[in-house]
Design a protein around this ligand. Structure first.
Ligand code: KG4
Ligand code: ZN
Length: 371
């Protein structure tokens, strides 16, 4: 069934709207609030809500404009050549409650004000789990449908973001089994906190990546190995489950840094970033390898903001190669961090299954929604 989906995501600090057609991304507009939250060293919820409210209308308009899509507002007569949005999708959760509300309100407003040729009525509303979106970001294709992407089931999904670190077995479209999740902090959150401990700014992941990369390039292999062995432990090393833990690493890192003088800190900054990042990724790799052995998936799918890290992607590619597994990442950076295109692609599969919100008025945000 051909579909043109208008998707909205306001789960955290990006206001985003996109138009997708199946897995094709026709537009993906993202208005980032990062600079607003920088001085707080993390997302400030009330500020996020206000910024979403100020931007959502323009972001939706721009997504439709870029995709050359219109909709028939009840009062307007429609032209025969006009293309139509066939459904509206919105992130229901997980995320910040007061931020999610803004996107949901906008989606309701759109379905209430629009009539569709196909439906003689309101377009259907589709509620999407943000984590499902991060998985489906791996299937994104350009407007011409390239490169073609398809999931081989069962797929093993590794989601690594600012709020989540999860291993999920995807048995079919829409069928998930969570195999493991973080018991405390998420990996991205830990990287953000490490950057804060080093007084480096927000978001920490990309800053830590840059510092770590220059240390990695400048130092010989044996030195890098010794450094990691000596400084930080391997969380949940003796546990046979697939859960993650990052708060212990963060505390160890804090103690390590607190013992240093300003001068030592300045001298060792790159090395510290490298050490912490390696410890974070070691855990991701170890648990993913374990999940591959236990569940024998046919494919590895990786999504979430931390997957923007080049070094992590190369480690995961090696791991997949060692297990002769195909691996998928979102094809572009703006599909890795929070965006609405991934919500539209996830919605396409729900659209095919006709999983619509029964009564749009009743749709409420679910800040702790799980897969
Ligand atoms: O998926 P995302 O945009 O938002 C959530 O759903 O949480 O992920 C944001 C997280 C932040 O913690 C940020 O520091 C991290 O992704 N991140 C990175 C990189 N780019 C963003 N972490 C490591 N390396 C990067 N290049
Ligand atoms: Zn996200």
């Amino acid at each position: 069934m051909e579909s043109l989906i208008l998707a909205i995501d306001t789960s955290c600090d990006e206001t985003s709207a996109a138009v997708t057609c199946g897995q094709k991304v026709l537009s993906n507009v993202i208005s980032s609030q990062v600079y607003l939250h920088k001085k707080y060293g993390g997302v400030y919820p009330a500020l996020a809500k206000r910024a979403h409210e100020e931007r959502i209308d323009a972001v939706v308009e721009e997504a439709l404009r870029r995709a050359r899509i219109g909709w028939e507002v009840r009062s307007r007569s429609r032209s025969e050549n006009e293309k139509w949005v066939t459904a509206v999708a919105v992130t229901q959760g997980p995320g910040l409650a007061i931020a999610l509300e803004v996107g949901i309100r906008k989606a309701k407003e759109i379905v209430n004000n629009v009539t569709m040729k196909q439906f003689n009525n309101r377009p259907p509303l589709i509620a999407i789990n943000h984590l499902e979106g991060h998985i489906y970001s791996c299937l994104a294709e350009n407007a011409k449908g390239l490169p073609k992407r398809e999931i081989a089931f069962p797929g093993l999904c590794l989601i690594v973001s600012g709020g989540h670190t999860e291993l999920v077995l995807m048995k079919d479209h829409g069928k998930y089994e969570v195999l493991g999740a973080t018991l405390d902090d998420a990996c991205g959150e830990a990287l953000d906190k490490a950057a804060k401990i080093l007084h480096l700014g927000y978001p920490g992941g990309p800053i830590v990546e840059k510092l770590a990369e220059s240390f990695y390039k400048a130092s010989p292999c044996h030195a890098r190995g010794r450094l990691n062995e000596s400084k930080l432990s391997k969380p949940l090393k003796d546990k046979s489950n697939l859960n993650f833990s990052y708060s212990g690493l963060k505390t160890q890192f804090l103690y390590l840094v607190e013992k240093m003088t300003e001068e030592e800190l300045g001298k060792n900054l790159h090395q510290l970033a490298y050490t912490f990042q390696e410890a974070c990724f070691e855990q991701l790799l170890r648990k993913t390898a374990k999940a591959i052995e236990m569940y024998q998936p046919k494919m590895l799918l990786c999504g979430g903001g931390v997957i923007a890290n080049k070094h992590l992607r190369s480690l995961l590619r090696k791991l997949a190669k060692n297990h002769s597994l195909p691996i998928l990442f979102p094809p572009k950076r703006n599909l890795i961090t929070d965006n609405a295109a991934m919500i539209g692609i996830a919605a396409y599969y729900k659209y095919q299954r006709k999983e619509f919100v029964n009564n749009p008025e009743d749709l409420d945000r679910e800040p702790r929604l799980s897969l």
